[in-house]
Design a protein around this ligand. Structure first.
Ligand SMILES: Cc1ncc(COP(=O)(O)O)c(C=O)c1O
Length: 341
């Protein structure tokens, strides 16, 4: 039992196949000399899978409550968040517009992986340069004005759905994980480190908030796959502070836990893979039959292995690696993956 008041969740639309399994990775654990579980949020659905769907359950409920008929969001060319948003929007009868980043909008990437699925879901895609993307708030307003002029009711979802409202998705996920671990431990959750990929910060923020609100002996660490530690400490603290200001009605008044970002594993850059990262993904597939993605979970996993190599006790005696999905990102780089097999 955790001495905590029940959480007052906002309205949500059921979209995710949850609870997801918490699976023990025995062979991996033996190799690493530490107990390892995977929380399988890659199994929150099929095409509509991964971590974003947990945030979208709350965000799309808000979009609908606001009378929206079209959601706008943004990301990299192979954004899982954009693919999940397009499919989830279609699932609840909304349209979608995606601002996707690419070096040359006149020659966008082939409709592979997440782009293909987004287009199949009927998303309107607006290609933007990395420089334009820096000004995405301006672009959102421009596209929202254009949609309004056409009689539509737009609703903007910031990058990654990483907002105070979206954070509820991972507060709820932490409650789910606490129930999984309580069942295993047969009582209060034993010390555990939860490790996940940090891309826009919302997942790490939600897990951190959940651990605080549920008063768990759980350490939350994010491996950043872009930017750096300072950037994410600021972003995640911002989301958590905003959460207490705008979402949380009672109890703790401010974020109480330090944001832990494990930096040093961005490698060649966002969405760019190194052979050693792809090798680690393939080795895990062979060892445990679990497939990670190259952009997020593969890098986070590689980072976790590297940290454990430096210090086997870096994360205590039990790790939950949070598998946040992203499978479709493997296929557009199949040649690089095949090269390490
Ligand atoms: C598969 C996958 N894992 C992890 C993340 C990171 O989550 P967040 O953006 O909430 O930091 C993302 C998205 O950015 C993702 O698509």
């Amino acid at each position: 039992m955790h001495d905590t008041a029940p959480l007052n969740y906002p309205e949500r639309i059921e979209l995710a196949r949850i609870p997801t399994p918490l699976q023990k990775m025995s062979r991996l654990g033996r190799k690493l000399g530490v107990e390892v579980f995977f929380k399988r949020d890659d199994l929150t659905g099929s095409a509509l899978s991964g971590n974003k769907i947990r945030k979208l359950e709350f965000i799309l409920a808000d979009a609908r409550a606001n009378g929206a008929d079209t959601v706008l969001t943004c990301g990299g060319a192979q954004s899982n968040h954009c693919r999940a948003t397009a499919l989830a929007a279609a699932r609840v009868g909304l349209g979608s517009l995606l601002l996707l980043r690419t070096p040359d909008p006149d020659h966008p990437p082939a409709p592979d992986g997440n782009i293909l699925l987004g287009r199949m879901a009927g998303a309107e895609i607006v290609w933007v340069t990395p420089e334009e993307y820096q000004q995405r708030d301006v672009l959102f307003q421009r596209e929202a004005d254009r949609l309004r002029a056409a009689g539509k009711k737009p609703y903007i979802i910031p990058e990654g759905g990483s907002t105070a409202l979206g954070a509820w998705g991972y507060v709820r996920a932490m409650a789910e994980l606490a129930a999984d671990l309580t069942a295993i431990d047969g009582g209060p959750v034993k010390p555990t480190t939860v490790i996940s990929a940090t891309g826009s910060g919302g997942t790490t923020a939600g897990l951190l908030l959940g651990a605080q609100l549920l008063n768990l002996d759980v350490r939350v660490a994010g491996v950043n796959v872009c930017n750096d530690r300072d950037y994410f400490v600021q972003v995640i603290n911002g989301i958590c502070t905003d959460f207490f200001k705008t979402q949380f009605k009672g109890g703790a008044a401010k974020p109480a836990r330090p944001v832990e970002i494990i930096d040093g594993y961005v490698g060649r850059g966002y969405a760019l893979s190194r052979p050693e990262e792809l090798r680690a993904i393939c080795e895990l597939a062979r060892l445990e039959g679990v497939v990670l993605d190259p952009v997020y979970t593969g890098k986070a996993f590689f980072g976790m292995l590297a940290e454990l190599e430096k210090n086997r006790h870096a994360f205590g005696s039990r790790i939950v690696f949070y598998h946040t999905g992203g499978l479709f990102g493997l296929f557009p780089i199949f040649e690089q993956v095949a090269a390490v097999l």
